[in-house]
Design a protein around this ligand. Structure first.
Ligand SMILES: *[C@@H]1O[C@H](CO)[C@@H](O)[C@H](O)[C@H]1NC(C)=O
Ligand SMILES: *[C@@H]1O[C@H](CO)[C@@H](O)[C@H](O)[C@H]1NC(C)=O
Length: 319
C-alpha cells in the first residue's frame, strides 16, 4: 500500500494520473480494508492492511466478514490507503469510519505514542503522524487522545531543539517532520511551542542543509530529506531562507538517467520512496510542471481540494 501511495501521489504531482486504471485500483484498496465481524468483536483490529500477505481472499465487500484470526490493520497502511483513495477521487463512502477510528484508538499507548499494529510493535513519532493524518482525512479526531499525543511530541524535543522519535532520543529530520506536521494538522503548533522554541526548531532544520539536506548532524545528505526537512521548514514559514539552487541540483544529481526515478545518493539505485520524495522536494521549491504538495499531508494540492470538498459534503449531510 505504501509503495502504491508513492507511485500514485508521485504521478499526481507530475500531473500524470491519467496513466492509471483508477477504478480497479480503488477496488484493490478496498479489498485491503479490515472489516468488522457481525458482533464487532474485532473492531479494535480494523483499518487497512498493506497487502494480501496473510492470504485473506480478494473481497471488496464492506459487509461483515469472518476474519482471518491474525488479520489486522496497520496505521501506515490506513493512512496511505485513505490518501490513495482521495488521490483517486473516491468519496470514501465505503470506508468504515467507525471501525477505522476504533482501530486507531486501540493503537495509542499511555505515553501518547502509537503502535503500528494492535498486537504491539515499535511505537514512535512516525505512527503518531500516521494517526493524525487518518483523523484529519476522516475529519474526526475521536480516534486520538490529542492531549496525550501532544505531550508525547513535547517530551520528544531534544536538547538541540530538533525532535526525536521519542523522549531522550536523537533529533532527526524525519521525526521532526512527523511532530511538526502532526501539530499543524491538529492546529496546535503555536499553542504547543513558544516563538522562541519555534525559532530554535527553525534553526535546527535550516542547519540541515549542506547542498541537499541530511537528517542528522554529520550524516551524508539524502534526497528524501529535501522533503522531510524542506516540508518542515515550509510549515514553519522559513523554507525561503534555504538555498533552492543547491538543493535542486543535489536532487537532480540523484536522478537515474537510464531508468528514471531518484535515488538517495547520486551513485545508488532509484527506488519508489526516494523518487516520490525527490519529486516532492522539487515541488516544494515550485519546480515548473509539478503540482504543489501539501506539506503536512504529503498529497498534492489537487488531492487536498478533493478532500476539502468531501468534508464540506459530510458537514452539510449532518446539519
Ligand atoms: C465477500 O464478503 C462478503 C461479506 O463479508 C461475503 O458475503 C462474500 O461471500 C465474500 N465473497 C467472497 C468471494 O468470498
Ligand atoms: C508521506 O508518505 C510516506 C508514505 O507513507 C510516509 O513515509 C511519510 O511519513 C508521509 N509523510 C508525509 C506527509 O510526507
Amino acid at each position: 500500500m505504501t509503495i502504491v501511495f508513492f507511485a500514485l501521489s508521485g504521478l499526481d504531482v507530475l500531473d500524470a494520473l491519467d496513466a492509471v486504471d483508477k477504478p480497479s485500483l480503488v477496488e484493490w484498496i478496498y479489498s485491503l480494508q479490515v472489516v468488522p465481524t457481525e458482533d464487532e468483536s474485532n473492531l479494535w483490529r480494523c483499518g487497512f492492511r498493506g497487502s494480501s500477505h496473510i492470504g485473506v481472499p480478494y473481497n471488496t465487500s464492506t459487509g461483515p466478514g469472518s476474519p482471518h484470526p491474525y488479520d489486522s490493520g496497520h496505521v501506515a497502511m490506513t493512512y496511505t490507503g485513505l490518501a490513495c483513495l482521495i488521490i483517486l477521487g473516491d468519496d470514501l463512502s465505503r470506508v468504515n469510519k467507525k471501525a477505522c477510528l476504533a482501530g486507531l484508538k486501540s493503537l495509542q499507548l499511555e505515553d501518547g505514542s502509537f503502535y503500528a499494529v494492535p498486537e504491539g510493535s515499535e511505537n514512535d513519532m512516525r505512527f503518531v503522524y500516521c494517526a493524525a493524518c487518518v483523523c484529519y482525512m476522516l475529519d474526526d479526531w475521536s480516534g486520538i487522545d490529542c492531549k496525550k499525543a501532544v505531550d508525547y511530541i513535547r517530551r520528544s524535543m531534544s536538547y538541540d531543539s530538533g525532535i526525536g522519535q521519542g523522549a531522550g532520543l536523537e533529533s532527526h529530520g524525519g521525526s521532526t517532520f512527523c511532530a511538526i506536521a502532526t501539530l499543524c494538522l491538529m492546529g496546535k503548533l503555536e499553542e504547543m511551542f513558544s516563538e522562541r522554541e519555534l525559532n530554535r526548531i527553525r534553526r535546527w532544520c535550516i542547519l540541515r542543509q549542506q547542498d541537499g539536506f541530511h537528517g542528522r548532524p554529520n550524516k551524508p545528505v539524502d534526497t528524501c530529506y529535501s522533503f522531510w526537512v524542506g516540508a518542515t521548514l515550509e510549515l514553519l514559514d522559513v523554507f525561503q531562507y534555504t538555498n533552492f539552487e543547491k538543493n535542486r541540483n543535489y536532487i537532480l544529481s540523484t536522478q537515474d538517467s537510464l531508468v528514471g526515478g531518484f535515488a538517495k545518493w547520486p551513485d545508488s539505485h532509484p527506488d519508489p520512496l526516494h523518487t516520490y520524495f525527490g519529486i516532492c522536494g522539487l515541488s516544494l521549491m515550485g519546480e515548473a510542471g509539478l503540482r504543489r504538495v501539501h506539506p503536512a499531508l504529503n498529497v498534492s494540492d489537487r488531492a487536498l481540494q478533493c478532500l476539502q470538498q468531501l468534508h464540506q459534503t459530510w458537514r452539510e449531510g449532518c446539519t
